[in-house]
Design a protein around this ligand. Structure first.
Ligand SMILES: Cc1ncc(COP(=O)(O)O)c(C=O)c1O
Length: 412
């Protein structure tokens, strides 16, 4: 579509955009199992206003926007406090989990190169459950990833990880929780291993980093997974996921200032002087920083505890509905937070997911083991019974052979 010769009135454009949404995922009615973290209409308005206030400002020129510099520092300090760090725990405000993981792998590589000059092709050891962002980063940065089978509980197996470490290994990678099954890797054990072997350990807490500590505060058994564990070097926690902030926003935190410095890139052989920074992106949306700051201030710890409680109630309601309506239901492993995956005995979950999709549900598949992924958020509480009903009908149809087609396991 070419740019029109003459501009059109905004109401006409807005109406067209609204109409274009008609076939989009119905996330306001909890039909999503991924992509969207939605807390409430009230918070949505705050995020829109805060983002809009700083729509034009650019996080690249943070020197000339002390407002953004302050909000960014405040957000990172708040996240550090949630993750067992302190005011001295340094961080980087990034555009999302993928950039946070990219920068963690980059810093890990530079750190290793500084102390092991002859190192040719560094490697990272990770459980099979690690998010693909790890491989994406390693691919761009010239590292190998060794994915090791998980244990019978679907969590990283520290003995298998230890056995995969060799002379080329510079770091370990673990998740809190892993996206697919929602299980938290044994971070304390892996941190000890990393410390013993002189390795960097990155914890991908993109899903659990902000809300996980509040779930723990409510009394649920959530093990320490961040800087409380000596030997954890960096942690990524996405503000635009369980922080319920606006996209794009994530926090990457480091054990020390010296570790963070390895994420820096500096260049000055061009006509405009020194270009030096800690992010992969150049221009950065001021609105995302402002919205994350506003979310923390608007919700407060009390608000996050409320969202944690609602997410856990949503998970419990979905799980209870599934157990009640689907004979032979299984939850994979012991996921302690709001993400989990389920399966029904004797039926292909690809068929079940395809049948659910026909009713408008995003039912992301897991393949190891076969299952359907659920990321319960507060909005899902109200629609838990609808979800369980659709799931039960889909299982029934798949079992009786009435359902045709299989949903491919595809993450995006
Ligand atoms: C565990 C985990 N790590 C990393 C990512 C990547 O985050 P993003 O999509 O924000 O780049 C995701 C996304 O779902 C994730 O679940």
């Amino acid at each position: 579509m070419p740019i029109p010769e003459r501009g059109r009135p905004w109401p006409e454009i807005a109406a067209e955009m609204e109409a274009a949404r008609a076939r989009d995922l119905d996330w306001r009615r909890g039909r999503h199992g991924a992509y969207v973290w939605y807390a409430s209409d009230e918070l949505e308005h705050v995020l829109r206003d805060a983002f809009g206030m700083f729509l034009v400002e650019n996080g690249l020129g943070i020197r000339v926007f002390p407002s953004l510099a302050r909000m960014e520092a405040d957000v990172l300090e708040s996240v550090a406090a949630l993750l067992g760090g302190g005011p001295e725990t340094p961080g980087i405000f990034t555009s999302g989990g993928t950039e946070s993981i990219f920068l963690a792998v980059y810093a890990m590589r530079e750190w290793a190169r500084a102390s092991r000059p002859g190192l040719e092709r560094p490697a990272v050891v990770a459980p099979h459950s690690a998010h693909p962002a790890l491989n994406k980063a390693a691919h761009y940065l010239g590292l190998d990833v060794r994915r090791v089978p998980v244990g019978p509980d679907y969590r990283a197996d520290p003995a298998a990880i230890a056995a995969a470490v060799d002379a080329r290994t510079v770091g370990l990678y673990a998740s809190a929780p892993a996206y697919s099954l929602g299980v938290i890797d044994p971070i304390a054990d892996l941190a000890r291993l990393a410390a013993d072997r002189g390795l960097w350990l990155h914890v991908d807490a993109c899903v659990g980093g902000i809300l996980g500590p509040f779930v723990r505060d409510l009394g649920y058994p959530v093990p320490p997974f961040a800087f409380e564990c000596e030997g954890v070097t960096s942690v990524s926690a996405d503000l635009h996921k369980s922080g319920f902030a606006a996209k794009p926003a994530s926090a990457l935190l480091f054990r020390s200032e010296a570790h963070r410095e390895f994420a820096r890139y500096t260049f000055d052989d061009w006509p405009s002087g020194t270009y030096s920074g800690l992010t992969f992106t150049g221009t950065r949306p001021g609105g995302a920083i402002a919205a994350a700051w506003a979310a923390f201030q608007f919700l407060g710890r009390e608000g996050y505890r409320g969202l944690a409680a609602a997410s856990m109630r949503a998970r419990a309601a979905i799980e209870a509905g599934l157990r009640e309506r689907i004979p032979g239901l299984r939850i994979h492993g012991e996921p302690p937070l709001y993400a989990f995956a389920w399966a029904a005995e004797g039926v292909s979950m690809g068929r079940v997911a395809a049948a659910m999709a026909r009713e408008g549900w995003v039912a992301g598949r897991t393949t190891a083991p076969d299952g359907i992924h659920v990321m319960a958020t507060p909005v899902h509480e109200r629609y838990a019974a609808d979800y369980a009903g659709a799931a039960a009908r889909a299982v029934e149809a798949a079992r009786s052979g009435d359902s045709t087609g299989t949903a491919r396991a595809a993450y995006n």
